[in-house]
Design a protein around this ligand. Structure first.
Ligand SMILES: Nc1ncnc2c1ncn2[C@@H]1O[C@H](COP(=O)(O)OP(=O)(O)OP(=O)(O)O)[C@@H](O)[C@H]1O
Length: 335
């Protein structure tokens, strides 16, 4: 199902259609942490993927980068089907699409200097003589704010602060001139005081290089800041998608409203009642809306069949039989 039929197709960079991911678990059973997920990302757009732990965000990110292969569905990037590519085509694709991880320590090599982290991908991807490569290293370090460059080049990851390490990880991702980045919980391990600086840098880079992002986060506040659109995921299903401002102003899915109520600083902040808070069923046999067990408005229909994605405003879709409007009733009595 195309969610953005009205758009000029050439404007779409990433198109995921009906993605399904499956993993084997104990007892010969399978889970489906990503189930029938469709979305697209335009060139130069940030799609923020929001959901709680275990909702399948990282699995979607990894499948887009083809670190994982989807069990079903299609992934197209710049019009090419990359769902099952292998070998050289996959290597080429992985240069177009980069991942920036939550914990740069884990993805940086402790025995390599900052310079070495950047020199290798620049040489491999762009070529050029040593002077040219060195000039690009300087350019990248300056661009991500790792200055003075002469000093930074010789440092090892442990000599950098958390924010600086994340800046290095960003520089390394940019070294291969990607068009699409998956940023997975980019700032969640950083001190609050340096988060804003990293998000500001990402915003500048996005505009400067017309990069597209899948920005994975459990935090609606940063999704609202960095995301042009927000997609809310629950137990591997999309619950709601809208432009960031619209989603935060007019949350419609009961789960989105619950998330907003739990976001400090949100105009809706407060404790919203829910039925129970138990981990959702991810088994292949599950039926209906996964949020039904927690939802105050759930009916038999919700428990039987997954509600289809319905457009309630242009660009605002919700998968719910009982979409809500108006202020969030924080004071509603608990069941
Ligand atoms: N390789 C795997 N094998 C089995 N189960 C997996 C595998 N990878 C992920 N899962 C399961 O899939 C579900 C979704 O995981 P995923 O990491 O995508 O969620 P997430 O929303 O990114 O969570 P978090 O914010 O905690 O990273 C979880 O129940 C997880 O245990």
């Amino acid at each position: 199902m195309h969610l953005f039929m009205s758009l000029d197709k050439s404007d779409l960079l990433v198109e995921a259609e009906n993605l399904v991911m499956r993993f084997p678990v104990r007892g010969g059973q399978w889970i489906r942490p990503v189930d029938d997920v469709s979305f697209s990302i335009r060139r130069g757009e940030v799609l923020a993927l929001v959901g709680e732990s275990g909702s399948g965000k990282t699995t979607i990110g990894r499948s887009l980068l083809r670190i994982l292969e989807p069990a079903q569905g299609t992934i197209r990037v710049a019009g090419s089907d990359v769902t099952h590519i292998k070998g050289k085509a996959l290597v080429r694709y992985r240069r177009e699409a980069q991942m920036i991880f939550q914990d740069p320590f884990g993805s940086l090599n402790p025995i390599k200097t900052v310079e070495a982290h950047l020199t290798f991908p620049i040489k491999k991807h762009r070529g050029g003589n040593a002077d040219r490569v060195s000039a690009v290293v300087d350019e990248l370090l300056t661009r991500v704010g790792l200055t003075p460059v002469d000093e930074t080049r010789q440092k090892f990851p442990h000599e950098l602060s958390g924010g600086q390490r994340q800046r290095l990880a960003i520089a390394r991702a940019l070294a291969v001139q990607p068009t699409f980045l998956v940023a997975d919980e980019l700032i969640s391990m950083l001190d609050v005081s340096i988060r804003a600086g990293i998000l500001k840098l990402m915003n500048e880079l996005k505009a400067e290089f017309r990069l597209s992002f899948l920005y994975i986060t459990h935090d609606l506040a940063s999704a609202r800041y960095f995301g042009d659109r927000i997609m809310v995921l629950y137990a591997g299903r999309i619950m709601e998608t809208a432009a960031s401002r619209e989603l935060v102003r007019n949350p419609s899915h009961p789960y989105t409203r619950l998330l907003l109520a739990a976001t400090p600083g949100s105009q809706h902040h407060g404790k919203l009642p829910e039925r129970v808070n138990e981990p959702p069923d991810l088994s292949e046999a599950r039926r209906g809306c996964p949020f039904a067990t927690r939802c105050l408005y759930a009916t038999d229909e919700c428990r039987e069949t997954m509600p289809p994605m319905t457009e309630i405003e242009p660009g605002h879709q919700v998968a719910c039989y009982h979409p809500q409007t108006g202020a969030i009733a924080v004071e509603r009595a608990t069941i």
